[in-house]
Ligand binder design. Structure first.
Ligand code: NCD
Length: 305
């Protein structure tokens, strides 16, 4: 179904594609746990091209490639490439397209991954384009929720934090609506999710979406938190103020559902008090690990192996 397809936005995926990926990621996870070798990518080279910082997304893609028996070609920095001599992005991508079967790209410019897909013959996966989209994070988020809660439909999911700038939240809102979750958007004033995106999702899926500016998690089954996206603010001082005023603390967790799960795409900075890491609610490190089987599933499907 996804063979040869570019995965640039969560909108590029049908619900049936995602359901299929959830199943395949589960199979990958079972294979990983049993130590079974999966040599599906033998002889294949996959490029990772990250122009913005990354730990989890890049390394989980690289782990996924290696666990599937493929080879990784990593573009490590502008400084050490011919872009330093003035080569442009398009020419650089054309070259890498010639050396690999699949390109995984992260770039600060919104629309950059779509642009890459237009230039390259091989499929392109968007690993984050500015504040726009991060579809593979959404896939692993849906995988995590489905695995931990046994379903997505009908769950109360709160998206908490800088909803104006976080690409993870834009993609996830769409994914959750597609699976009929009840969604509450909680952000500091001024950092609300774009009205255009909320309207689109309401219209397209008839989604039940509420919006708040105070952190009340009492009804939530899942609270998905993200950091204030400081690098996307014109004024860093404003980012700091928002960061300080909007934190998940032990007090916020008083009176929440017993089986609430706290998720976060990570990196977290200061938006979750450190003592919460040791509570039963914190599931974000497990979530990050599930990125590997989900990315294995996606790569295998896009390459048709
Ligand atoms: C996120 C990103 O890069 O958008 N991180 C990730 O991919 N896991 C979240 C963030 O940077 O806040």
């Amino acid at each position: 179904m996804l063979r040869g397809k570019d995965i640039i936005s969560i909108r590029d995926l049908e619900k049936s594609d995602i359901e299929f990926l959830l199943k395949r990621a589960d199979e990958m996870n079972v294979a990983l746990a049993s130590g079974k070798r999966l040599d599906l990518l033998q002889g294949k080279i996959i490029a990772t091209i990250f122009f913005e910082p990354s730990t989890r997304t890049k390394m989980s893609f690289q782990s996924a490639i290696k666990l599937l028996g493929g080879q990784n070609l990593n573009f490590s920095s502008i400084e050490s490439s011919s872009m330093k001599k003035g080569e442009n992005l398009a020419d650089t991508l054309r070259m890498i397209d010639g050396y690999s079967s699949l390109l995984i790209i992260r770039h600060a410019l919104e629309g950059s991954a779509r642009y890459a897909a237009e230039i390259c013959e091989h499929p392109v996966i968007n690993a984050g384009d500015g504040g726009n989209q991060h579809p593979t994070q959404t896939l692993l988020d849906l995988f995590t929720i489905n695995k931990m809660k046994g379903r997505i439909r009908g769950l109360n999911v709160s998206l908490v934090g800088d909803l104006k700038h976080a690409r993870t939240m834009r993609s996830l809102l769409y994914g959750l609506a597609m699976f009929n979750a009840n969604i509450t958007l909680i952000s500091p004033p001024g950092l609300e999710m774009s009205k255009k995106i909320v309207d689109e999702v309401r219209e397209r899926f008839g989604a039940n979406i509420m919006e708040h500016t105070t952190m009340d998690l009492s009804d939530a089954d899942v609270a998905y938190i993200c950091r204030i996206q400081k690098e996307r603010f014109a004024d860093p001082y404003e980012a700091e103020m928002a960061q300080r005023s909007f934190r998940v603390t032990k007090d916020v967790l008083k009176g929440v559902k017993d089986d609430l799960i706290l998720l976060h795409p990570l990196p977290k900075v200061d938006e979750i008090a450190p003592e919460i890491d040791n509570t039963k609610y914190a599931k974000y490190f497990e979530q990050a690990k599930l990125g590997v089987p989900m990315r294995m599933a996606l790569i295998a499907e896009v390459l048709g192996v």
